[in-house]
Structure formats: C-alpha cells, structure tokens
Ligand binder design. Sequence first.
Ligand code: FAD
Length: 335
Amino acid sequence: MDLKDYKNVWVFIETARGEVRNVGLELLNQGRVLAGANNEKLVAVIIGKDLDAAAKTVTAYGADEVILVEGEEYKDYNTDGYTNAMVKLSEKYKPAAILFGGTIQGRDLAPRISCRLKTGCTADCTDLAVNAETGDIEWTRPAFGGSIMATIVCSQTRPQVGTVRPGVFKKAQPDDSKTASIIREEIRTPAEEIRTKLVDFIKSAEEAGVKLEEAEIVVSGGRGLGKPENFAIIKELADVLGGAVGASRAAVDAGWISPLRQVGQTGKTVGPKIYFACGISGAVQHLAGMSSSKIIVAINKDPEAPIFDVADFGVVGDLFEVIPVLIEEFKKIKA
Ligand code: FAD
C-alpha cells in the first residue's frame, strides 16, 4: 500500500428518511480543518434514495465534492448494502480518511469497513487534529475508563477510519451560495446479499420530542432525584424550556430512565447552549459527555460537588425546592 495514493477527507453523511443528521454536518466542519491541513478536498459521501436535498444541504455546509450512491436497496440503512457501497467507493477513490458519527449507524459501519479495507479504526473520538510533520490524523479518545485521553494515529495503512461522537464539534453556518461537484456512482447490492429486512419503523416514546444530541437546552437528572417518579420534575423543566431530558448513568443504572437518555462517556455527548445538571455530582465520566455545553447550570445540595468546578452558574440547594421556582419563573417569562 503506497500511502501517497490516498487523498482527501471523506465524511459519511448519515441520513434518516432522507434528512441529513446533524453529526455529519458537525464532522464536515472539523473535516474542513483536517483537509485544509493537508491541502486536500473535503468530500461528503451519502448513500440512500432521493438524495438531491441532502446533497444541497452538505454543499451549504462546506463539502467540496459530494459522492452519491442511490438505490431502492439503500432507502433504509442496512449493514450489508451500505458496507458494500462504502468499500467499493473507497477502493475506487482511495480516501486518506473517512469520518463517521459515533452513532448506531457509524458504530456499525466504520469497524466493518476498516476491517474489509485492512486498516485501523479509532472509535468514539472526542477530538481530531493533524500531525504537522506526518500529515496523519491524530484521533483523541478517552481510555482506561476516562482517566486518560489517548491520541491514536493510523500511520501505516489507509484510509484512516474513525467515529466521532455527536455534539463534539459544532456545525458551520450554512451558506446556500456554495457549490460542490456532485458525483453519482452506480453501485448495486443484490437483494440476496442484504441479510436484514426492515419490517416496520416504530418511533419509541423516548425518541419522540426534542432529540437529546440536537437539543439547545438539556435538563439532566441524577441519583439526587431519589426515585424514578421524580424525573417528572426534570421533564417539566425541560418542557417549559423546549429542551430535552438527560440523565447520569447512576439514574440509568437504577432503572429510573431509559439508557437512551444517558449523558457521558458511555452515553451520549451533548453540546447544548444550556445544560442543567440536577442532583448530579459531576463525575469525570459524566463531564466527558457535556463539558462542551456553552452554559452549565448545576443544582446540588453539596457545595463540594465537583460539578460546581465546571458550572457557570451554581445553585447550592435542594433540587426539589429550586426546580419548582425555576419552572414558575420560566413560565412567567414565556407568558
Ligand atoms: P452521585 O455521584 O451519587 O451524585 C448524586 C448527587 O446528587 C450528589 O452530588 C448529591 O449531593 C446530589 N443530591 C442528592 N440529593 C439532592 C437533592 N435533593 N438536591 C440536590 N442535589 C442532591 N456516569 C455518567 O453519568 N455517564 C456516563 O456515561 C458514565 N460512564 C461511565 C463509564 C465508566 C467506565 C465508569 C467506571 C463510570 C461511568 N459513569 C458514568 C459513572 C460515574 O462515575 C458516576 O458514578 C455517575 O456519573 C454518578 O451519577 P450521579 O452524579 O447521578 O450520582
């Protein structure tokens, strides 16, 4: 393998029913930095059906080139079809790097593709940079239970493949006047090669409402809530603010709320404008998922709780007294 044959930074653009998911747009913004450092192109790759609108979106968010693979077999995400398309594209175009979201799709696809292409994959990154001397991507991710941040390079093989959690990077401002070259690739995956079949699509109650990773305001509850019913107060505050509900792992492990709501190293990464941590101590694994929030508000009865070290606003007090007052005040502002 001659590494010099491999050029450009690709971002796999995840779509859900034709709509571009935020994580791909966030990765385009950081992908631009990586591509710029090596004077390479930033390429968005989209697989699906009827992708014209998605191609427009990624162009506005800064892709230089868009590669589209369209077909009935790609209408809904499936591991076999998407793997086949991505591997064929990579073999043809030889990208230097492929970035995936650290989502269900990305976590499914990235290791499979890296394995087929006999290259490495760095999962769940929280930062990406380029080594100025070698041009290799430096993939940073928590290791040893979050006690250290490890920087990993894939120096011997190409493409460099990795997943990055949603919310780690910010999206750029879209610019509708931007243009990109659109390449349509005809890649077929025979039906018999697709071993899974989407029988039905049922939106879970947890998925309804504001999406945690995309919310501008997140209100999270922890063990300080004491029992599952008390999440009602968190939900009420989130509803008043038009935000989403999050949780610490302690609350999730206690069975008080769905794991889909967990924020942190082994949960979701969020980067809202305002993050409320209610009855959450601020363990390093929780901070790993929310410390890039613009404003952090902590409510905790223990003045020594580590969450206050990262909070912009801290209220030392009983959350059952503080939150109802906040709800009333926010209601007044809204009225
Ligand atoms: P606690 O640490 O028990 O804190 C509860 C807080 O509530 C206390 O600070 C207390 O003062 C306060 N409190 C109690 N009653 C009230 C009240 N009435 N009013 C106001 N405040 C009150 N954790 C995560 O959150 N996300 C992760 O993704 C995650 N991943 C992990 C991965 C690994 C490998 C490991 C080892 C751990 C992980 N953890 C994660 C667990 C983490 O270490 C902590 O145990 C967890 O975050 C603690 O949750 P908590 O803050 O809700 O509970």
